[in-house]
Ligand binder design. Structure first.
Ligand code: MF3
Ligand code: CO
Ligand code: CO
Length: 255
């Protein structure tokens, strides 16, 4: 395992990539409405990243992924491929954006409700959001990766939901997926010790039903085995001297 420590200059480039990533999510949010297709969302994001930001959508051609963003609707856990599916009122969708700017990656995803979500869907989205934040809260130098997994798992399971085990957060920088793996379950005080200058994602996938998942024959789309709803949020964070800096905050959340 090789975990890269980012220099001050690299950290600044990660800040730029993270801000652009959040800008794409800020831009696309209002477009998530009944009747739009996931393919149209992909095209709008692709054009914005390429033409407005002068950046690169990292998913496109990544290990053969055919589109520029991931759109995961309802029981799709992650890596949904944008296409002809029209969004309908009551759907929930995760939009996952990764951009490369100046050689560095930013990676973030949010949940969006199409129209008014059902009560269970709203609770699930909130629990996944708060589970991610519980994980972010414990990031500090001298802490351990297990602290994050523990905090995320406690929150999600404490609300009666389950955590997907097959996919995890990851180091990020020049590479899309670098060491270490950031598990969303585990025991506090275990695992790799966190150091100032590390950058990684926290991106728990939380299921309304059981935690098990299935990969569809397209080789990408991951769904819940029991077809229950799934929700995910993702931020890219930098470990600082005193805690962490969240690199992918939306414009409305920036200090
Ligand atoms: N953005 C996803 C992550 O959070 C990875 C997507 S890989 C792709 O790690 F190929 F599906 F785009
Ligand atoms: Co990620
Ligand atoms: Co992502």
């Amino acid at each position: 395992m090789h975990i890269t420590i980012k220099s001050a200059e690299e950290q600044e480039r990660m800040r730029v990539a993270g801000r652009l990533t959040a800008d794409v999510l800020d831009m696309i949010g209002p477009r998530v409405e009944p009747g739009i297709t996931t393919g149209e969302l992909d095209r709008i994001c692709h054009d914005y990243i390429v033409d407005v930001q002068g950046a690169i959508p990292a998913p496109l051609d990544y290990r053969g992924f055919p589109r520029s963003i991931c759109t995961s609707v309802n029981h799709v856990v992650c890596h949904g491929i944008p296409g002809d599916r029209k969004l309908r009122a009551g759907d929930i969708v995760n939009i996952d954006i990764t951009v490369i700017k100046d050689g560095y990656h930013g990676d973030s995803s949010r949940m969006f409700a199409v129209g008014k979500p059902g009560i269970q869907a709203a609770r699930l989205m909130q629990a996944a959001h708060d589970a991610m934040w519980q994980g972010i809260r414990v990031v500090r130098p001298g802490g351990h990766l297990g602290d994050i997994g523990h905090a995320v798992q406690q929150h999600a399971e404490g609300h009666g939901f389950s955590i997907v085990r097959e996919y995890c957060g990851h180091g990020i920088g020049r590479g899309f997926h670098e060491d270490p793996q950031v598990l969303h379950y585990g025991r506090a005080g275990t695992g790799v010790e966190l150091r100032e200058g590390m950058t990684f994602t926290i991106e728990p996938m939380v299921n309304a039903g059981e935690r098990h998942v299935r990969l569809l024959p397209d080789g990408w789309t991951v769904v819940t085995r029991d077809h229950s709803l799934s929700a995910q949020w993702e931020h890219t964070v930098l470990v600082t001297a005193t805690g962490c800096e969240i690199l992918t905050l939306g414009a409305a959340e920036r200090p």
